[in-house]
Ligand binder design. Structure first.
Ligand SMILES: [Zn+2]
Length: 43
């Protein structure tokens, strides 16, 4: 059993992960990475 598996879809936050530094953004794209400031584009 994986606790992270109940109710949470990994795909819902994968698009928030910064491609440059791997940090998770605080909000859905379009936004800026809080770590390195790169722009995360909405798909
Ligand atoms: Zn970043």
């Amino acid at each position: 059993m994986d606790p992270a598996d109940e109710g949470g879809d990994p795909a819902c936050w994968m698009h928030r992960v910064c491609p440059e530094c791997g940090r998770l953004a605080d909000e859905d794209p379009p936004t800026r990475c809080p770590g390195c400031g790169v722009v995360l584009e909405a798909e």
